[in-house]
Design a protein around this ligand. Structure first.
Ligand code: NOJ
Ligand code: CA
Length: 710
């Protein structure tokens, strides 16, 4: 039930005096203060249990046309409302989400005579604070150009920061952990494996940014509902610990072209003294997004999939027909074309045998000879297969096995070309029985001068989400902007990459063992990631004795990632022939759910460790994932969330005693025990390791001979 109390705060004080307004979170822990100085400067503060989170932080906007500054505005009125509602996501980590917040709407008017009106809206949740700028429809403001937004986040100290370099084009960096005063975005310049990167400031970082104060406050900064506006980076002032928003510009340096009514995205501050609550706090970002615009979500398909994909990344086969492209560095080395009719049938058979719904096929269409690094406009047409890929036969074969082929649209950054082809390409998919597409934006963007994270591309990503929804298609975007909770509005936008995925482990320095303990506190705050876990053949020298690369993990940790890295779309990324050798461990990937009724974060410290338990949607089964960084450790998990009195069979997939991500990554053990809500698990995780557990209600057949867990 929606309960909204609205009242207008008396605003009788004279404009010459500073004015102060405040709001507290429903549970009283978070307090927001908003002040407007006598000179007209707007600032806010945030405290958590009376500890400072944001010192006075100013909010500023500059319009280019018409030339207007937020500083020249006066407060007209402040409306305070409360809202308490509950909604059901189409898919997700919870079956129900409560949105309980207090709102302050500050209405401002230009005092220099233009009469332009702007609102700044604040919402205070138990999880944190969100604020945004609103530009109502009005006679005096119709079209306008935003030159800049300067929203400040003035932190109370030199906090520990987990960050990636600020960049207009890529988010595929591994994370750096330093004090704010030690941020050096230039350290990411050596990331040669990332093709299109655009640094702009040595002190710039991206969001979601994870911070921890010396006295144990966890603070997460990000944005929600990024629509029709550029993405926000943050530039760190290393002496005052003030972070200033920096919007991604277009080719001529403008930030956004808007028409009233318009809104900025929400700027989000999630805060807690318990790291587990930061992860659970990602619901605040969803609550700041609009409800679903997909009227009939019946085509939306959370799923696990396999595909012709890792074999190219490890250099076993090629995307292009002539067989010249291997891995990301594209050396000339003749290997077979991966996307052949025969090979695709092999994957379809494997998927059907093991209960997967989808088979991704990359390299099926012409163009791959020219796709990389050329900044060329017309490379792919998205409808012309290579001669050894029989689309009609494969559509028939896949349908006969109950499998759907997942389409691949690599745009090579030529978005103008993709825009021209989109309708034709989606009709082609529907004609051939496909309802899911993986898109990709490797390389510099065309139109030239635009960036992956600028307003033009943000609008493109939304257009793709809308158009695919109209065609009844699920979309998974790679090299897209980082997510901001828009999957609430477009639940067919089922995942994105938008961070450094598992693929980097195949052909670069890879992802350090702490990477996956960080992602849930950073990239995943905005939404699900197509990380592509499940690599069992961990060392790449199995494919080529000269290769030194490896996944920085144990095998058991790869299983745990299906639980700790939430996504409704999860790949079993390794090759069928690798899985065939480890069917006992593969069973966990077959069993684990991708859509959940409930989620409990049992233990968490960003960059160190994480244990999450989730209840499968519409099923009594639970799954647990526990992971660690490069340190071996024992993690304890109380199963008190299980229904009282119900015994469960726990199948524990864990690191063997001598497992180690570097020295012995593939050593694992599988055990079964009886457990209940009184059980406390104690799991030994190897260096770079993890554990995965499935919990199924015990009955006479599945529990025979099993011992109680001790
Ligand atoms: C980068 C994507 O992240 C990867 O998954 C894909 O295989 C290649 N681009 C080729 O499109
Ligand atoms: Ca990528």
């Amino acid at each position: 039930m929606r309960k909204v109390l609205s009242f207008v705060l008396a605003l009788l004080c004279l404009q010459a005096q500073a004015q102060t307004f405040s709001a507290t979170s429903p549970n009283g822990n978070i307090r927001l203060g908003v002040t407007v100085s006598a000179a007209g400067e707007l600032a806010y503060t945030v405290t958590y249990k009376n500890r400072p989170v944001m010192l006075p932080s100013t909010l500023a906007l500059t319009f280019k046309e018409p030339a207007v500054e937020l500083r020249q505005f006066n407060v007209q009125r402040v409306d305070s409302t409360t809202s308490d509602t509950t909604w059901q996501p189409v898919w997700g980590e919870y079956s129900q989400i409560r949105d309980h917040h207090k709102q302050l709407l500050v209405s401002l008017k230009d005092k220099s005579g233009s009469d332009i009106a702007i609102n700044v809206v604040f919402r205070v949740f138990n999880e944190g604070v969100g604020f945004r700028y609103e530009f109502p429809q009005q006679a005096k403001l119709n079209h306008f150009v935003l030159a800049d937004e300067r929203s400040q986040f003035h932190l109370a100290g030199d906090h520990k920061a987990i960050w990636i370099p600020g960049d207009y084009d890529t988010n595929e960096y591994f994370y750096y952990t330093t004090k704010l005063s030690q941020v050096d975005a230039g350290s990411g310049k050596g990331a040669q494996e990332i093709h299109a990167k655009t640094f702009f400031h040595p002190n710039a970082v991206q969001t979601p940014l994870m911070l921890k104060s010396d006295d144990g406050l966890y603070i997460n900064l990000h944005e929600a509902a990024l629509i029709n506006y550029p993405a926000m980076n943050l530039v760190v002032d290393k002496t005052s610990f003030t972070l200033n928003s920096h919007l991604v510009p277009d080719a001529v340096g403008n930030k956004a072209y808007l028409q009233t009514p318009a809104k900025s995205p929400w700027r989000t501050i999630i805060v807690s003294d318990d790291a587990r609550e930061i992860i659970a706090g990602n619901r605040m970002i969803l609550n700041l997004n609009e409800p679903s615009k997909v009227a009939d979500p019946s085509f939306i398909a959370p799923q696990k999939y396999v595909g012709i994909w890792w074999e190219m990344h490890v250099g076993k086969s090629s995307w292009d027909y002539s067989g010249s492209q291997v891995g990301s560095n594209l050396q000339i080395a003749k290997v077979p074309h991966g996307a052949t009719t025969e090979n695709t049938k092999r994957y379809i058979d494997f998927a059907a045998k093991h209960g997967f719904k989808g088979v991704l096929v990359e390299g099926w269409n012409t163009g791959w000879e020219d796709w990389f690094g050329k900044w060329e406009e017309d490379v792919f047409d998205f409808v012309t297969p290579y001669p050894d890929y029989d689309v009609n036969e494969l559509s028939r074969y896949a349908a006969s096995k109950g499998i759907k082929i997942i389409m691949h649209h690599e745009t090579s950054g030529s978005v103008t070309n993709y825009e021209r082809w989109m309708d034709t390409a989606y009709r082609f998919m529907k004609k051939h029985g496909m309802n899911a597409v993986k898109t990709g934006y490797v390389g510099r963007i065309i139109p030239r001068g635009e960036h992956h994270d600028g307003q033009w591309m943000i609008k493109h990503f939304e257009r793709v989400a809308q158009k695919t929804a109209n065609y009844g298609i699920n979309v998974n975007m790679h090299e897209s902007v980082r997510l901001t909770g828009l999957h609430r509005t477009y639940p067919n936008w089922i995942a994105s990459e938008a961070a450094r995925g598992n693929e980097f482990n195949a052909w670069s320095s890879g992802n350090p063992p702490d990477h996956e303990t960080i992602l849930p506190f950073t990239r995943l705050m905005g939404g699900p990631m197509d990380y592509t876990p499940g690599i069992f053949q961990i060392k790449m020298n199995a494919y080529d004795p000269n290769k030194k690369e490896q996944v920085h993990t144990t095998l058991a940790k790869q299983l745990a990632l299906y639980v700790t890295l939430y996504s409704p779309l999860q790949m079993a990324a390794d090759l069928p022939e690798v899985y065939e050798k480890h069917m006992d461990a593969f069973q966990f990937i077959k069993d684990v759910a991708v859509d959940w009724d409930d989620t409990k974060v049992l233990s968490a410290e960003p960059g160190d460790y994480l244990t999450i338990a989730r209840k499968a949607k519409g099923s009594p089964n639970w799954f647990i994932g526990a992971i660690t960084d490069e340190m071996a450790r024992t993690t304890v998990g109380a199963l008190s969330f299980l229904p009282k009195g119900q015994r469960y069979v726990a199948t524990i997939y864990r690191d063997a005693a001598d497992a180690h991500w570097e020295k012995n990554p593939m050593a694992y053990t599988i055990e079964k025990f009886l457990v209940d809500s009184n059980t406390k698990l104690s799991l030994k995780l190897a260096a770079g390791g993890g554990a995965a557990i499935s919990l199924v209600p015990a009955d006479a057949t599945n529990s025979k001979g099993l011992k109680r867990y001790k």
